[in-house]
Design a protein around this ligand. Structure first.
Ligand code: PGA
Length: 256
């Protein structure tokens, strides 16, 4: 078993108002056995539900993440939320560079880089997402794209302790589509990402970095992904919105 403690992180996306947030967290806590023991558990609600979530997770092992942040700490940036704000409200993690942000909101490798810099500076653990589109995979570009995303996303940055940094490989063609990468496909990319990270930040750091897989992960198919040597958990969208489904994945978490 790897020395990397697995992580199961729920990306709630634009779901769950405060009432739904409270209910879902209560169900997870009530039905989850030994939460946090075998794998770290993180949920990332929308901004407006984070304060409510913080109260609910207070005495549990569930950690809180946000789904994005702006790179400046404060100022005239209408509509944005900063690292210090997330930290103050109780977040330990922040998802950065999710493909939906890249696809729909103009996120680029450069803005991803600034956001990761802000997370590091503010003591938040970035969950740095990367992934190729179907067209990129089919034209043999996947590894070129992934390398570019990784190198540019981390340019001029450094994290001291590998437990303070998380990556997530999410093939865009597998997100919300019901398609998952085969365990072999995912393992191939995870090993590649770890190798590229080693070139940047050293073998030791890369060997201790948790790299999550995301894209239509469910309790049933997570079994097939676990056991892959370089897959250290999951970033879960749809299946994190239901306590039973999410707990089903967490229970597999030991094996990641
Ligand atoms: P999905 O989303 O599990 O619904 O495919 C994963 C993600 O986008 O993080």
């Amino acid at each position: 078993m790897s020395e990397r403690k697995p992580i199961v992180a729920g990306n709630w996306k634009m779901h769950n108002n405060t009432i739904e947030t409270r209910t879902l967290i209560q169900q997870i806590i009530k039905n989850g056995k030994n939460l946090g023991q075998n794998c770290e558990v993180i949920i990332a609600p929308p901004f407006t539900s984070i304060a409510c979530a913080a109260k609910e997770v207070k005495d549990s092992a569930i950690q809180l993440g946000a789904q994005n942040l702006f790179w400046e700490d404060k100022g005239a940036f209408t509509g944005e939320i900063s690292g210090p704000m997330l930290k103050e409200i109780g977040c330990s993690h922040v998802i950065i560079g999710h493909s939906e942000r890249r696809q729909y909101f103009g996120e680029t490798d450069e803005t991803v880089n600034k956001r990761i810099g802000s997370a590091i500076r503010n003591g938040l653990i970035p969950i740095f997402c990367l992934g190729e589109t179907l067209a990129e995979r089919e034209t043999g570009q996947a590894f070129i794209v992934l390398k570019r995303q990784l190198v540019k996303g981390l340019e001029s940055l450094k994290v001291e302790n590998p437990v303070d940094f998380v990556m997530a490989y999410e093939p865009v063609w597998a997100i919300g589509t019901g398609k998952t990468a085969s365990p072999e496909q995912a393992q191939e990319v995870h090993a590649f990402v770890r190798g590229e990270l080693a070139l940047l930040w050293g073998d030791k750091f890369a060997a201790k970095t948790r790299i999550l897989y995301g894209g239509s992960v469910k309790a049933a198919n997570s079994k097939n992904l676990i056991g892959q040597p370089d897959i250290d958990g999951g970033l879960i969208g749809g299946a994190s919105l239901n306590a039973e489904d999410f707990l089903g994945i967490i229970e597999q978490g030991t094996g990641f």
